[in-house]
Ligand binder design. Structure first.
Ligand SMILES: NC(=O)c1ccc[n+]([C@@H]2O[C@H](COP(=O)([O-])OP(=O)(O)OC[C@H]3O[C@@H](n4cnc5c(N)ncnc54)[C@H](OP(=O)(O)O)[C@@H]3O)[C@@H](O)[C@H]2O)c1
Length: 335
């Protein structure tokens, strides 16, 4: 075991798009677990859009990361020292460990993984938070019915790629919006979406949506907000359901972007818009893991990891998702 821990801390609060210099690598002693705690060596870190909100200094749904603090985030790894009977040395786990190579955590806060079921990296994706977000967000908030059209934005990313596939399992028409032609090929050819388009090459979103959603939109799973969402709302059907999962197009804006006022459309269409946080389904996570695991084993859900190596590259990986360079789930693999 090395003698030191390496960690990525927040160096300064980003203004607009974060820069690598907003983060700093520091070296510190490897912590010792107290009673009830374990020491974990991380093997994969997750970088996620919510982290942008955690570093902007404004209080939202969770405490902001302070300048100088280790960046927050989930990681998968193995227990290397245990002071709790629930976990033994060598056990693979997933938990909120932050951007660091070694972390101490109370054993009761960690999820023990079974590598025979799936590689441990999937605990940060299809069998982890993004998978649960897609599963509960689509099925509970939107309640898609066979034959309906489900539209999802950021469709080639971690959550979006799963939303479209679950929509297909539920016998819906799945349409995705993504930011490159390669992503559109990925969702249509590899994942089985019925259609999709590259919004960065589309001057008129409404016209393109009409082409791919000829019967209108029954369910819109919104990952991005902004102009894409403004266009989608114009095409919703009676009794449409819109799940507001994310608003990534707004995360780097200092002030909210002004847009057209479409709420009247919700009256005319008697539609429902509901925001959600995956954590509100915490008491049903086991159900989500079970079903997502079964669909993955049956190959009804496919997933793709986009892996960058090295703790020092975690800031680059994080910026990569805000810039739309990832396909599937962005992960950082540690040595
Ligand atoms: N409510 C919850 O509990 C919950 C939980 C997890 C995630 N989320 C939200 O779900 C969304 C997707 O998260 P994820 O982890 O699956 O990330 P992801 O989709 O893997 O990565 C983010 C993607 O967003 C797209 N994007 C970036 N900037 C954009 C912009 N200005 N306009 C439109 N699209 C943009 C990019 O794809 P393109 O190339 O297509 O632009 C990028 O690849 C995020 O908004 C996130 O905050 C919410």
């Amino acid at each position: 075991m090395p003698e030191v821990n390496r960690q990525i801390v927040l160096a300064s609060r980003p203004v607009g798009m974060p820069k690598e210099s907003d983060f700093r690598l520091v070296v510190s002693p490897i912590p010792k677990p107290a009673s009830g705690e374990v020491l974990v060596r991380a093997q994969f870190l997750s970088v996620d859009p919510y982290m942008r909100a955690r570093i902007n200094g404004r209080s939202g749904y969770a405490r902001p990361v302070q300048v100088g603090e280790v960046m927050v985030g989930s990681a998968a790894g193995e227990v290397v020292e245990s002071n709790d009977p629930r976990l033994s040395v060598g056990d693979p786990i997933e938990g909120d460990l932050g951007w660091q190579e070694y972390a101490v955590a109370p054993a009761k806060t960690l999820r023990k993984l079974d590598p025979a079921v799936a590689p441990i990296s999937s605990s940060l994706y299809v069998l982890g938070m993004p998978g649960l977000t897609a599963y509960f967000g689509l099925l509970d908030i939107c309640r898609p019915q066979p034959g309906e059209t489900v539209l999802v934005s950021a469709a080639a990313g971690a959550v979006g790629s799963l939303v479209g596939q679950i929509a297909k399992i539920k016998r819906c028409r799945a349409v995705g919006i993504a930011g490159t032609n390669e992503k559109v090929r990925f969702i249509t050819r590899d994942l089985g979406f019925d259609g999709g388009f590259n919004y960065k090459e589309t001057p008129d979103y409404v016209a393109r949506l009409k082409e791919f959603c000829p019967n209108g939109i029954d369910v819109y799973f919104d990952n991005v907000g902004g102009a894409i969402t403004d266009a989608a709302i114009q095409l919703i059907n009676n009794r449409a359901r819109i799940a507001v999962c994310g608003q990534i197009s707004q995360y780097n804006q200092a002030e909210p972007e002004m847009g057209p006022r479409w709420l009247g459309q919700l009256i005319i269409k008697q539609a429902k818009v509901e925001g959600f946080l995956v954590h509100q389904f915490a008491d049903r996570y086991e159900e989500g893991y079970r079903q997502l695991g079964a669909w993955t084993r049956e190959k009804r859900i496919k997933y793709r990891e986009d892996v960058i190596e090295g703790l020092e590259n975690a800031p680059k990986a994080f910026i990569s998702i805000l810039e739309g360079r990832n396909i599937g789930k962005q992960l950082v693999k540690l040595a």
